[in-house]
Design a binder for this molecule. Structure first.
Ligand code: DC
Length: 219
């Protein structure tokens, strides 16, 4: 069994930024489980499955062979052998993933992949149900959050830096909608595990949050 750090939290809390930093400092592998749900969403979109048709999702999802490879420390997601990294952050993919990740068959299909990586390597794994469902015995569990306004502001700036012209209110509404879906779904809802340490990053820098976590490992 590897040394496992689980980081869960809502969209835009900074999980991937922090998890990457922590992994780099500790020479661990960063496992982005959201990317796996996004790869599954790409598959379902390509198969023209309706996001609302749960029985079609159930039947179709088993055809997605999703695996992970690491190239120069970066996670590369392979969908039926094809590198899909360039499509993972598409808006339509994020939307589809947000809906289809609530499907029990989709979650069951991705569970072994996540557990096997954690068994094989020292990992920092981020997601929504890592501390509660995937790795209940993780060595360290963090629930990383931030206020809706701070998360919306961060996303707004990120899009602006990409040369886009985002509308703040739309981003804020989208974050609220995703929180609602992630926290209230029946299967593996986003929850703070009882033994997870709550870190609110609203008023903390990336360095400060990273230090909170690495200090826990080194103690
Ligand atoms: O973190 P992200 O935005 O890349 O995640 C994409 C979607 O997948 C998001 O709507 C939540 C879902 N997800 C999940 O249900 N469980 C995880 N462990 C990771 C992501």
């Amino acid at each position: 069994m590897g040394y496992n750090i689980a980081i869960d939290g809502p969209a835009g809390a900074g999980k991937s930024t922090i998890a990457k930093r922590v992994a780099k400092e500790l020479s661990f592998i960063y496992v982005d489980t959201g990317a796996m749900y996004r790869a599954m969403a790409i598959y379902l979109l390509d198969q023209k499955v309706d996001a609302e048709d749960s029985s079609a999702i159930e039947k179709t999802c088993t055809g997605a062979d999703i695996s992970i490879r690491y190239e120069n420390g970066e996670q590369v997601v392979l969908l039926n052998g094809e590198n899909v990294n360039s499509r993972l952050r598409d808006e339509a993919v994020g939307e589809m993933a947000s809906v289809t990740s609530a499907n029990a068959a989709v979650r069951a299909h991705l569970l072994d992949l996540q557990r096997n990586l954690a068994a094989q390597y020292d990992v920092v794994m981020d997601g929504r149900d890592i501390g509660t469902t995937i790795l209940p015995d993780a060595d360290i569990k963090i629930y990383l959050t931030a206020s809706v306004d701070v998360r919306a502001e961060r996303r707004f700036k990120e899009l602006q830096e990409k040369g886009l012209s985002p509308v703040f209110e739309e981003i804020r509404a989208d974050i609220i909608e995703r929180d609602e879906r992630d926290m209230n779904r029946e299967v593996s809802p986003l929850r703070q595990a009882p033994d997870a340490v709550l870190v609110d990053s609203s008023d903390l820098t990336i360095e400060e949050v990273t230090k909170v976590i690495t200090d826990m490992v080194r103690r």
